[in-house]
Design a protein around this ligand. Sequence first.
Ligand code: IYR
Length: 234
Amino acid sequence: MTDAQNVHDSDEAGFIPLSSVRTLPDRGDEEIVARSRAFFELARQRRTVREFSTRAVPRIVIENAMRAAASAPSGANQQPWHFVAVEDPSIKSRIRVAAEAEERSFYAERAPDDWLAALEPLGTDADKPFLETAPWLIAIFAQPWGLDARGARQKHYYVSETVGIATGILIAALHDAGLVTLTHTPSPMGFLREILGRPEHERAFLLLVAGHPAPDARVPDIHRKDFAAVASFR
Ligand code: IYR
């Protein structure tokens, strides 16, 4: 028993006081407003970066971010995810070779013209040097089903929503720590399961590249939609 919540006694219904696991103070509206603004100011400065520095990032930073991601809400609390953090240059190199092979066939053959047109402002192509330059790659796997205590197959619910939420927390945690990330989705991603030796019931969900930006990193001159177009109050 290592989790804080496990040291508290459950009542007969299996419930414990929220205050035994959430020790944050009550806050007045003024502080809540200020904190919401501060988080927005942080979030708005996040940009997807494709030019990484080779500067190392301590392993504990990646571990803490993965722990934060693994605290995400999940369908039926099934936590249908597995995160593999890769720093080994030989594994990163194998991932790059496999990803670039998929991307070459995507850009040259498989991608329809309208998809290529949508990607044009981002300036992406089949070359993925960041898969070796960046100090960390985090492969995120989703588990459409798992094994219960008796070894029987247990279907997992809302897997994409759940793993998407966890990935969002992972990205926010790394951004908050001062790193930049790239959400990379080579398609198909089957090679990740093989290279990383993950079991058959897992499917690669996303490959997150994490590190410091290159000193002269540039990003595409693209803009977020107006707030009124993406949100409304009723
Ligand atoms: N997976 C390709 C293509 C690509 C697709 C989308 I949607 C992007 O937002 C960016 C790239 C690649 O990584 O280049």
